[in-house]
Design a protein around this ligand. Structure first.
Ligand SMILES: Nc1ncnc2c1ncn2[C@@H]1O[C@H](COP(=O)(O)OP(=O)(O)O)[C@@H](O)[C@H]1O
Ligand SMILES: C=C(OP(=O)(O)O)C(=O)O
Ligand SMILES: [K+]
Ligand SMILES: [Mg+2]
Length: 540
């Protein structure tokens, strides 16, 4: 039921425990447990902040549509609170600090962030405490990139995230990103990077090397590499971060002269260009999902990841195939399939790919290596707009805060880039190297968070959504609306003893809204969970 997959708040059980948040933070989910400083009062929040009349319409994918269910505004929070039973009996009661309750009533949930934040997990962030710090900082989704690390390494990260959710009450989902069949360098024999200087001659070879790696030699993962390149071709590492010219071919080795010096990272992507055009004949023959990717997908299914992002999607066919595969392999599982838009072919077949997928990612890193850089912003705008129109969640990824890999503060241009993505109504923003191997992962996340909040506030204040054309939920989700309402009714039935004291009509509309918007980025955890994406209103 892809329509219900939105990049909003992770779905979570109706009763939640809020861990370790500062008393000024506004809780995010249905039932909240705040550290009680003074004597505490019990309240029930039956509604997620996502139901706030204004905030649910800000950046709604689906964001921005209020066609389903009722909404809760800051003004009627009090009314709902007043319905709350004073004794929740078997249900986990919520102790809310009196001051916080007053703040809640006053401010409602206007301070709740809508834009979801994804962090790629790597050596800089794979420890339990580091993951916890990211969760506290607002990470909604932990992304593991199967291009790097071993399955065991990724499994450890998944376990830690699950443990974080279970023990600390977070709701961090897991996204597994496939390696894909594109050409990339080897792992540099364990080195963190390799510096190529202007004019140096480097060997790119399909041979495997024993450790240590011979000097100025790089292994290439694609057997046809030496066959395909021609003397005079331009070889781009990581979309042009480093450039070489092919000067000689000797069997499996390709000798290249560095023309644009720079730092090469392990497993960096390689593209080659001839007469100003990307050479992609052979790439087009490679399967989107390689045999290694299928093994990784089996691993992801077994681990119960929430999202599988497919690299270098070329057509809707592969998405449909994968979705059938997942359905056959994991009965009842709702792993969402995200199409990464990062190649010329994916742009050509954009609409059918997005229609077939549960969401899309504007993977600007590789996209910028396949189309001229100056075309990336318009491609991003087009993809985000199309996703809005088709009601599919969309992630904007790569180099959002690239300078923060090394520096504790972003450039103004980076802040503008993040703002623009939020303004375009991307559902989610993704950190790559900034969180995987950078020096300031938490600071980078904080920047994404504060910039998102600022732009969302601007949307609300300017009421910009009115100017934005969004499809009518009633038409685009004609079937799923009734389905969601039925689901909600069923949930109401299940929880009716917990929800006593509230007018059913209010509940049904709110719960349907909750289902509609909140099913995404959710861990499978059955434990109470909570997002940490709230900030005191004075920071907004
Ligand atoms: N699991 C991992 N193990 C080691 N390094 C990683 C891992 N994940 C990411 N990285 C590092 O972070 C960088 C940025 O991550 P990402 O953007 O996901 O990969 P890539 O640059 O290959 O597209 C990678 O180039 C790599 O150096
Ligand atoms: C997100 C991307 O994919 P990856 O990091 O897997 O290359 C990208 O290319 O922008
Ligand atoms: K990848
Ligand atoms: Mg990519």
């Amino acid at each position: 039921m892809s329509q219900s997959l939105q990049f909003f708040t992770p779905s979570r059980p109706p009763y939640l425990t809020l861990p370790k948040l500062p008393a000024t933070s506004y809780p995010h989910s249905s039932v909240i447990k705040l550290p009680s400083k003074r004597h505490s009062t019990t309240i029930t929040r039956l509604l997620s902040s996502d139901l706030d009349a204004t905030s649910s319409q800000v950046l709604a994918s689906g964001n921005g549509q209020s066609g389903v269910g009722g909404v809760l505004s800051a003004d009627n929070v009090g009314a709902v609170l007043s319905h709350a039973p004073s004794d929740l009996g078997a249900v986990a009661a919520i102790d809310v600090d009196a001051v916080t309750e007053a703040e809640l009533k006053e401010n409602g949930f206007r301070s709740t962030r809508r834009t979801k934040l994804i962090c790629t997990i790597g050596p800089a962030t794979c420890g339990f405490e580091q993951l916890e710090a990211l969760a506290v900082g607002g990470m909604n989704v932990a992304r593991i990139n199967m291009c790097h690390g071993t399955r065991e390494w990724h499994q450890t990260v998944i376990e830690r995230v699950r443990r974080l959710n279970e023990e600390k009450g977070f709701a961090v989902a897991i996204m597994m990103d496939t390696e894909g069949s594109e050409i990339h360098m080897g792992d540099l024999g364990g080195a963190a990077s390799a510096k190529a200087e202007d004019g140096e001659i480097w060997t790119f070879s399909v041979r495997a090397f024993d450790s240590p790696r011979p000097e100025r030699t790089v292994n290439v993962n694609y057997d046809g590499f030496a066959e395909d390149v021609k003397v005079g071709d331009e070889l781009l590492v990581d979309g042009g971060m480093v450039r070489f010219e092919v000067i000689e071919k000797i069997g499996p080795d390709v000798k290249c002269r560095c023309t644009d010096p720079g730092l090469m990272l392990p497993r960096a992507n390689l593209t080659f260009w001839r007469d100003g055009s990307l050479v992609r004949e052979r790439n087009a023959m490679l399967p989107t999902i390689s045999s290694k990717d299928w093994l990784d997908i089996d691993f992801g299914i077994a681990e119960g990841v929430d999202f599988i992002a497919i690299s270098f999607v070329k057509s809707a066919e592969v998405i449909n195939h994968l979705k059938s595969y997942i359905a056959a392999r994991s009965r009842g599982s709702d792993i969402a399939v995200i199409a990464k838009i990062e190649s010329i072919d994916s742009l050509k077949n954009l609409e059918e790919i997005i229609q077939a997928s549960d969401g899309a990612m504007v993977a600007r890193g590789d996209l910028g290596a396949q189309i001229p850089l100056e075309q990336v912003p318009s491609a991003q705008q087009k993809i985000v707009q199309l996703c809005r129109l088709l009601n599919k969640p969309v992630i904007v990824a790569s180099q959002l805060l690239e300078s923060m890999i090394e520096y504790p503060t972003p450039t103004r241009a980076e802040v503008a880039d993040v703002s623009e993505a939020v303004r375009q109504r991307a559902d989610a923003l993704m950190l790559s190297g900034e969180s995987a191997m950078g020096q300031y992962p938490e600071k980078a996340l904080a920047v994404l968070r504060s910039v998102s909040l600022r732009i969302e506030k601007w949307w609300r204040e300017e009421k910009c959504r009115e100017a934005m054309e969004l499809p009518d939920v009633g038409t685009s989700f004609a079937d799923s609306i009734s389905e969601e309402i039925c689901n909600s009714a069923a949930k109401m039935g299940i929880h009716k003893d917990r929800l006593h004291g509230l007018p059913p009509i209010t509940l049904s509309t709110r719960l349907s809204h909750l289902c509609f918007y909140n099913n995404n980025f959710c861990p499978k955890a059955s434990e109470p969970t909570v997002g940490s994406d709230t900030l005191p209103s004075e920071l907004l």
